[in-house]
Design a protein around this ligand. Sequence first.
Ligand code: MN
Length: 372
Amino acid sequence: MTGGVGFGVFSVGGDAPRVGFRVGNGILDLTTVRLGAVFDAASLNPFLALGRSAWEDTLSRIDQLVTGGAEIIPLEQTVAHLPIEVGDYVDFYSSLEHATNLGRLFRPDVEPLLPNWRYLPVGYHGRSGTVVVSGTPIVRPCGQAKASDEVAPTFGPSRRLDIELELGFVVGVGSSLGAPVPAAVVRDHVFGVVLVNDWSARDIQAWEYQPLGPFLGKSFATSVSAWVTPLALLEDRFVRAPVQDPEPLPYLRVAGEWALDAELEVELSGTVVSRTNASGLYWTMPQQLAHATVNGASIRTGDLFATGTISGSKHGSEGSLIELTSNGVHPIRLGDGSTRTFLEDDDEVVLRGRAGDLELGEVRGTIVPASV
Ligand code: MN
């Protein structure tokens, strides 16, 4: 799987960044085809704020232009930039398999799933300022960590640097403070989806996360694809989500099919180490949006909501190395014969996704040594 389809921000040579639409291995420059002033911008935000009818009109025009043989700039002549000015960033924890696996690893003596998990989509607010575009090098973070056999923490480069394979949705149209966004109107607010790598330093995370949740173990970087795939192009890829037991509270109930049938894969330094599908996620996008706003919190253009790690039930379908290697106990073997428990310096991770014939923008990142 290579490529990606969707809206993004690109530049050619030293030119100013502008909005384009990626088709195959090229980009349609939306500023030269006179679709509107919003495309002469360094982010998709002005376009996203226009709303659903403008998004759909634009897609129809793009379809006509591409069919009509409009000029497509070869991808290798371009540089891709972060496609959105990220407003707020939320990361959920919506995979039953992932939550169960991590519960077992982090709290081996108790029930892996905490009592709230089946009643609400658990999540936390992340750091929007460190969301970076695919291709950005990832500096190994430093921090405090304390192994279970140590009496006090030590400071240094993370020794358990990990990935999290996730999807994210991007908010187009915001809401007003005090007015929850019902699950039923998700399409009026959400523009599209990206692939997300929620880089995670497991040793820092394990020491710091109680009682308030993830902090420095995740805030050092979050990578997203350069291309945002509109929901409008994914209409026929939504399937029925897993049955929820118990039935959610009324504000979390939603009609229709909301699980995205997208095949996903994780490649680590040239070897595909995991393959899974996003359709198994327990909590769906409308439920996540309804829950995040049910207290009256407003959303803004450019907000990013990530699903949480997407893991399947079989070995080889886990979306993180901590799961794939059982917390580093069972290393995985790469094509060159080397083994990995967690990420090493110079490792390159590529996340890819495909929904039917449509490729999602990939997320690529290489680990560079800690700056100490
Ligand atoms: Mn995550």
